[in-house]
Write a protein that binds this ligand. Structure first.
Ligand SMILES: [Zn+2]
Length: 407
């Protein structure tokens, strides 16, 4: 076999450049020597790459963090120049596109989403709106188009990020399945795009933008209409392409439970999914079973998870029991996965755990069911999410795929 030395060297250089930029992103401000030591790359190689990145303006010289310099001499370090590039983040929700623009460190610069009154619009309309929103954000924020490194896209369902295809949308009522979303976005926006499942994108967003020290393996557990769990391994979601979607909405938790729309009895979603909780809450209010919720609904509509939590706090017994049961099944499903992979940390992203009482109960269920409680110290971390968390996750996907991996 003939070995093409030239192309191999180029590949090695490219891999080095990606590692160096990634290392500076994760650990900056950091000295050139530290980058070389941690990556096992020679100092001259690091110096050459850093020089090229400085010339491009994507990193900057800065002083070391206080604890890192010694003998009174302030060593120079390098760090990402956060506003040297920007990214657009797009999440497709059942209520239309949710978009934002952020800098390289996840500081939100602009945001835009559809108000009310839409449900599962057609693919063509979603694309058109996405294009309009990105243009509006660029105009309003004053971010120059040439400074956009690209667009990240996130949506529920099976996303083949390598081929750029939304294999199967988990929003059943849409015509989005099977579409070549990445190619269509690139044509529409005139820039590079990267696509990902929305829970993986949220997990990447929390990991990349928060830069918290997290264990090698941990879980990112997300509840909205459906329930998903992303297994994070060394800062990456487990599974590529069609693997690792992590949708556990239809895991059966009670063989005698109510019938789910998928036809089975007792799916997790029937107990813990937000749509089910909201529908049942509305039905209970209609039957006159929960006076606190009825009065909250009279002054403030439509029904939200926040109102359900308030009604439970104000003494609506049936709402309280419904929420506690939902949280209980969330806890059991979390521990089932913890027992499988022995993850020491679970990051939880859900509306019901906005309530401290519900968080405490979830922690209690998790503690009680964790089989390896003697051997494994298991902690939970609750995300303070909002309507733009998914779109910000999409921004992080863009930073990772279109900035760090394309030096
Ligand atoms: Zn089901």
């Amino acid at each position: 076999m003939k070995i093409k030395a030239g192309s191999n060297l180029t590949k090695v250089k490219q891999a080095n450049d990606i590692s160096i930029l990634g290392m500076i992103y994760q650990n900056g401000p950091v000295s050139r020597g530290e980058v070389a030591r941690q990556l096992g790359i020679t100092l001259p190689t690091v110096t050459t790459t850093v020089k090229a990145l400085l010339e491009k303006g994507v990193i900057q010289e800065t002083e070391m963090k206080e604890q890192d310099f010694s003998l009174g001499r302030r060593a120079m370090a390098v760090d990402i120049a956060p506003k040297s590039r920007f990214v657009a983040g797009i999440e497709w929700s059942p209520f239309g596109p949710v978009c934002c623009i952020s800098d390289l460190r996840g500081n939100q610069i602009a945001k835009k989403r559809h108000g009310q009154g839409m449900f599962c619009p057609e693919y063509r309309d979603m694309m058109e709106l996405t294009g309009e929103y990105v243009e509006e954000m660029l105009r309003e924020s004053g971010v120059p188009r040439e400074k956009l490194a690209g667009a990240g896209f996130a949506t529920p369902g099976m996303v083949d990020s390598e081929r750029g295809v939304l294999v199967s949308s988990s929003l059943g009522k849409t015509d989005w399945s099977g579409k070549r979303v990445r190619a269509d976005l690139e044509e529409l926006l005139g820039m590079s795009a990267a696509i990902e499942n929305h829970v993986k994108a949220r997990a990447i967003g929390q990991d990349l933008f928060c830069r918290a020290q997290r264990p090698e393996v941990y879980l990112y557990y997300f509840v909205q209409a459906g329930i998903s769990c992303c297994i994070m391994v060394n800062g990456e979601p487990f599974g590529k392409g069609k693997q690792g979607t992590g949708d556990i909405s239809h895991s059966v938790v009670d063989l005698k439970g109510p019938v789910c729309y998928c036809g089975k009895k007792g799916c997790l979603q029937v107990f813990s999914g937000e749509n089910h909780l909201l529908e049942r809450g509305m039905a209970m209010a209609g039957e006159g079973k929960c006076p606190a919720l009825s009065s909250l609904l009279a002054s403030d509509s439509p029904l939200t998870m926040d109102l359900l939590l308030q009604a439970a706090d104000q003494g609506d017994q049936e709402i309280e029991e419904m929420l506690l049961l939902g949280v209980r099944y969330m806890g059991i499903s979390i521990v089932n996965i913890v027992n499988l992979v022995n993850a020491p940390l679970v990051v939880i992203d859900s509306a019901v755990t906005m309530s401290a009482r519900m968080r405490d109960y979830l922690d209690q269920v998790i503690r009680e069911h964790n089989y390896f409680k003697e051997e494994l110290e298991l902690t939970t971390d609750y995300i303070d999410a909002n309507r733009y968390t998914g779109a910000m996750g999409a921004c992080a996907v863009a930073v990772k795929e279109l900035f760090i991996r394309r030096p």
